[in-house]
Design a protein around this ligand. Structure first.
Ligand SMILES: Nc1ncnc2c1ncn2[C@@H]1O[C@H](COP(=O)(O)OP(=O)(O)O)[C@@H](O)[C@H]1O
Ligand SMILES: [Mg+2]
Length: 501
């Protein structure tokens, strides 16, 4: 299949997966400018049984219809680009969603924090309530069929191959229920769906199971059932507030009547929950505060296992690269500036020589560029886990500009620098303080490191040895050694701040 051009325009480049009824491929659309990627699903049933073949074709057409109807109207559902038959095989072409599916994020033995799970469920239920409003039941919600979009970071619901129209359902079940093919995935599929009668609340069950899987780090099949009631037992393996536990319980009740009846209703419960979990957003009288508000639970964004050596390595390298890129850009900017100035004989440099303006402008530029590059580099590492982390970039720009520019304005004593360092730390602390109580340590760390920097511990005195290469080499070596020591300690502090014990 690889290397073939389908429908005269879709050039297949990669195999993405094979399901019960077909194969899925990544392809490029040769007829569009820039040859964008798309996903081609091929219907290829593994059976010769005519009933199965008919079912497969029906499911395939249903997927095309649903994508055609819903994909254009919701950003969390892929669009349908084409649907055609070629050499008696059926194809469906849809929008390629860049990103990883949730099975890469919900890892065995790595439970998520309650806030993370709530955010995830709200995201999924948002798109699901749209799907349900359109009278469609997805029937195969599971981590593999949810892709986190690389850029928007939203969850995109894929694989509508198992969809069922709720309108059609009433007529179908009467006539052909004995021949219904059960569609769904064990573990995420509730009893009524396994019995061939899926409902909207069957999808809610699947979403609840995903929530429990994220919260416990255990796959649905690993969780035991209560032998008398048949309900899934999971509380012992999860850390969650009683309110959220109650919502999840209601999503995964054995009997569909006891579940939320619509995704909208489940979503609403989660929204309300947010308000009760974050009491500071609700004005309460002091008495109420004492009786109803529990101490905020400490939520660390990352598990110890996530903030291991790979995290430290990436954070360290990112920060180093950020600094290096910043210096390189500044260097290039100055070369451009100096050459323009001398080429055009503008004399800007001479005019401002005595007034320190040039120094201040350069200190501002260096500070801003460095802060920006370092901020972006660190954000790239952290954004996977912390949703509000984009503020990290302005925080970094602000603190770096402040520290650099004020030095040339005369605020260059050790204690001045300690104060600016503390402001830098505060800027970063304010970005992640809700995620981890330990973020407060960023403030003394930045204060101390800025002060130490001012002490000028460099053993190299360039001026006394002017004219030889050694001072250059040794001061560069010193920069690399002290810089990596500094960044190394900083990396350890960051990983310690972020991880749960
Ligand atoms: N629109 C899409 N964008 C990106 N990847 C996709 C898309 N559709 C499917 N895939 C990838 O292909 C795999 C199989 O496709 P899927 O539609 O889930 O079919 P099935 O599970 O029935 O084989 C998915 O798990 C996913 O990794
Ligand atoms: Mg799938």
């Amino acid at each position: 299949m690889l290397g073939r051009t389908l429908g005269g325009r879709y050039y297949v480049t990669k195999h993405l997966g094979s399901g019960g009824f077909g194969q899925t491929f990544l392809a490029v659309d040769q007829q569009l400018p820039g040859q964008p990627f798309c996903v081609v699903k091929q219907l290829q049933p593994q059976s010769t049984n005519t009933f199965i073949l008919q079912t497969a074709k029906r499911l395939f057409d249903a997927e095309a219809e649903v994508l055609y109807r819903l994909g254009n109207r919701h950003e969390q559902i892929p669009q349908l680009f084409a649907h055609f038959e070629e050499n008696q095989e059926f194809y469906l072409v849809q929008e390629f969603i860049e990103g990883n599916d949730l099975s890469k994020e919900i890892l065995p033995g790595s439970p998520w924090s309650e806030t993370q799970v709530i955010d995830l469920l709200k995201d999924i239920l948002g798109v699901l309530s749209f799907v349900h409003q359109e009278n469609v039941i997805h029937r195969d919600i599971k981590p593999e069929n949810l892709i986190r979009h690389k850029h928007t970071r939203k969850i995109v619901l894929i694989d509508f191959g198992a969809v069922k129209e709720t309108v059609a359902q009433t007529t179908c079940t009467q006539g052909s229920s004995s021949r219904t093919i059960v569609i769904g995935t064990p573990g995420y599929m509730p009893g009524e769906q396994a019995a061939g009668k899926p409902k909207r609340s069957s999808d809610i069950y699947a979403v609840g199971m995903i929530g429990i899987q994220a919260l416990t780090g255990l796959a649905p099949q690993q969780l035991p059932e209560d032998p008398t009631t048949g309900e899934t037992l999971w509380h012992n393996w999860a850390q969650a507030s009683p309110e959220f536990t109650a919502v999840l319980d209601r999503m995964v009740r054995c009997h569909f009547k006891e579940r939320y009846q619509s995704a909208q209703e489940a979503l609403q419960s989660l929204e309300n929950l947010r308000q009760s979990i974050l009491p500071q957003t609700v004005p309460l009288s002091p008495n109420q505060l004492v009786s109803t508000v529990q101490p905020p639970s400490r939520q660390y964004p990352l598990k110890r296992s996530q903030v291991g050596w790979h995290f430290r390595f990436r954070f360290f390298i990112a920060t180093c690269l950020g600094f290096t890129a910043g210096y390189v850009i500044v260097f290039i900017l100055f070369i451009i500036f100096y050459s323009i100035d001398s080429r055009l004989r503008l004399g800007v440099l001479d005019t401002y020589k005595d007034e320190n303006v040039l120094q201040i402008v350069s200190a501002f530029t260096i500070g801003t560029v460095l802060g920006f590059c370092v901020g972006v580099a660190e954000w790239l590492v952290l954004k996977k886990w912390i949703s509000e982390i984009a503020w990290w970039i302005p925080a970094s720009v602000f603190s770096s500009t402040l520290t650099n520019a004020t030095v040339v304005l005369g605020a260059n004593a050790v204690w001045h620098q300690a104060i600016f360092g503390a402001i830098s730390g505060t800027a970063r602390w304010s970005v992640i303080r809700e995620k981890t109580p330990r973020a407060i340590w960023l403030i003394p760390w930045f204060a101390m490191s800025a002060a130490v920097d001012r002490l000028d511990l460099s053993p190299v005195d360039i001026e006394t040895q002017a004219g030889t290469i050694w001072p250059v080499i040794s001061s560069f070596t010193w920069l690399v050694v002290s810089g990596s020591m500094y960044l190394g300690i900083y990396t350890f502090i960051m990983s310690w701040i972020l991880r749960r014990q």
